[in-house]
Every structure is written in structure tokens, then in C-alpha cells.
Write a protein that binds this ligand. Structure first.
Ligand SMILES: Nc1ncnc2c1ncn2[C@@H]1O[C@H](COP(=O)(O)OP(=O)(O)OP(=O)(O)O)[C@@H](O)[C@H]1O
Ligand SMILES: [Mg+2]
Length: 279
């Protein structure tokens, strides 16, 4: 793969943290569900009693930062106490700020959840190489799949991995050289539909083929639900059941898919189960 200067990671001096598990949400394709999933994972971990920090590398959209700001406002308004991660945004695109934020957010945190922009970005590349778990959300579409692999137009068999798979491959090599860690690369299927469609099966088969070839795991993510688009202004997630009042069947199903997604991520269990705290 040709790597021009714009494709290199930012040259920071951040060493992988031994005590903080870093989860990076990355996909250069925009709108695949990185921020929505990142917020849900961060809050699910905080609800279990883990110490969680979030770093938003998307200073233009700042979706995770704004989501958590909205959440803080909701708590103020209602006088409620919700599980709440620490959070900061890389506002200056500078290596110094990246290093400062990374170190201060890792300090005392069990998990650092990093959201990255849906475009090529040097800090996203750096973060990917520092991940313990690298999550690439994608929708069931060959448009999204194209970033990680190419398929034959008639048979839908995978012909070759694409540039993004090669980029992650490089990040993994870099990390293995740095401290011998294997980055767990997880492709998360977001906005899963509940009706079985031919396209869904084809994407699913192509993903399974590519997973063997480039070494990622495939896990189910959140289903396609309007509720995930509605909760942003109040900064709420499916974990905040009390804030919703009584839950309908759709909410119960949504919480179940969130639980399944969290289990499939196979994150380290850093907290003893606290009685009465939602899992
Ligand atoms: N499971 C879901 N069900 C319904 N809508 C969803 C779901 N996940 C995400 N969305 C919606 O899809 C859009 C894109 O999601 P999101 O902002 O999380 O993606 P992103 O990958 O962070 O985008 P970007 O690359 O622009 O940062 C948003 O409008 C969001 O509300
Ligand atoms: Mg985003």
C-alpha cells in the first residue's frame, strides 16, 4: 500500500498503558455508529462501577463530548445521579495536547474509550496503535464493507483486503513491536435489522471470509432503532432505565442487545459486581 505523509500516525511519545484498557472506535467511513456505540460502551462500563474516561478525537463534531455534556445537564436539571465517565476533547490538533490528555485520562482509569473522526486522521492512527480493543462499527452494506475488503461483483467472494484492513494491520505490527501486545480488532455490526435480507447474508458471508484472512472478530452491535437517535439531547442511553420510567418491550429488547454486545466485546472484568448496580 502506498503511504503518503498524510497517512502516517501523529508522532507522539505516548507509551501503551499497563493499567488502563484502551478501547478505540475507528472507521474512516463516516456515520457507521462509532460515537453512538462508544457512548453506550463507556456508560455501560461506568454503570458496572468501572472508572471510565472518554477521549473525543473528533473536535469538529464532538459527538461523544456533547453527548456527555448533555448528560451532565440532565443530571443538573433532574437532580439525578447517573453513571458518568470523565471526558475531554482533543481541541487543538497538537501532539502536546494529545499526550497531556492521554496521560491525564489514563491516570486512575480502568478504561479509556476513544472516539475518532470518520475520516483519515493522524491522531486516530496513533490511537489505533495504542488500543487494546479496536472496534470498527459497520452497517450491513457493501458500501461500508468496501473500506475493509473488496468482493467479486458476481459471486460476492472476497477478492482482497482494502486499504483500511492494511492500515490496521500496520497498527498491529507497530504495537506488537512496541510491547508485544496483540490488538483485539473487532468488527461490530451496527444497526442490525431484524428482518433477514439477502444483502445481509451476503455481507455476513463476506465478513466471515475476510475475518479469517485479516484476523478480526465479528460481533453483533446495536439494532436499528429510532431510540438511539432520540436519546442524544438528554445524553441518555439504554442503560438509564430509571430515567425512562416504565420500559416497553422494545426497550427491554434494546437493553438485551446492549448486554450481548458488551459480553461479545470480551473486556476485562475490573470490578466486582456491585449489588443493585445495573449490569
Ligand atoms: N443502532 C442505531 N439505530 C438507529 N440509528 C443509529 C444507530 N446507530 C447510530 N445511529 C444514527 O446514525 C447516525 C450516525 O451515527 P454516529 O454519529 O454514531 O456515527 P459515527 O460513525 O460516529 O459518525 P461520524 O463518522 O460522522 O463521526 C446518527 O444519526 C445516529 O443517531
Ligand atoms: Mg462520530
Amino acid at each position: 500500500m502506498a503511504t503518503g505523509p498524510e497517512q502516517t500516525p501523529a508522532s507522539t511519545h505516548v507509551a501503551p498503558s499497563a493499567s488502563t484498557h484502551v478501547i478505540v472506535f475507528a472507521n474512516e467511513k463516516g456515520g457507521t455508529g462509532k460515537s453512538t456505540t462508544a457512548v453506550h460502551v463507556a456508560i455501560a462500563l461506568a454503570a458496572k462501577g468501572a472508572r471510565v474516561a472518554c477521549l473525543d478525537l473528533d473536535h469538529r463534531q464532538r459527538t461523544v463530548g456533547r453527548y456527555l455534556d448533555n448528560r451532565a445537564e440532565t443530571m443538573k436539571r433532574n437532580g439525578s445521579v447517573l453513571p458518568m465517565p470523565l471526558h475531554a476533547t482533543l481541541s487543538e490538533q497538537s501532539e502536546d495536547q494529545f499526550e497531556d490528555l492521554w496521560h491525564s485520562l489514563c491516570q486512575g482509569s480502568d478504561f479509556l474509550v476513544v472516539d475518532t473522526p470518520g475520516r483519515d486522521d493522524p491522531f486516530a492512527r496513533t490511537a489505533a496503535a495504542l488500543a487494546n480493543t479496536l472496534v470498527t462499527p459497520m452497517n450491513d452494506s457493501f458500501v461500508d464493507f468496501d473500506l475493509i475488503g473488496q468482493v467479486d461483483p458476481e459471486t460476492y467472494q472476497v477478492t482482497r483486503p482494502s486499504f483500511y484492513s492494511e492500515l490496521i494491520w500496520d497498527a498491529r505490527k507497530q504495537r506488537a513491536r512496541a510491547d508485544g501486545t496483540t490488538i483485539d480488532w473487532v468488527v461490530l455490526r451496527n444497526r442490525l435489522q431484524h428482518i433477514e435480507a439477502r444483502n445481509m447474508r451476503r455481507v455476513s458471508d463476506a465478513l466471515a471470509q475476510l475475518a479469517k484472512r485479516v484476523g478480526f472478530r465479528i460481533i453483533p452491535g446495536l439494532g436499528e432503532r429510532v431510540i438511539y437517535r432520540e436519546m442524544f439531547p438528554a445524553g441518555l442511553t439504554m442503560i438509564d432505565s430509571k430515567a425512562f420510567g416504565s420500559m416497553g418491550l422494545a426497550h427491554v429488547a434494546a437493553r438485551q442487545e446492549l448486554r450481548e454486545m458488551m459480553a461479545a466485546l470480551q473486556l476485562p472484568d475490573v470490578v466486582e459486581q456491585v449489588p443493585g448496580v445495573a449490569a
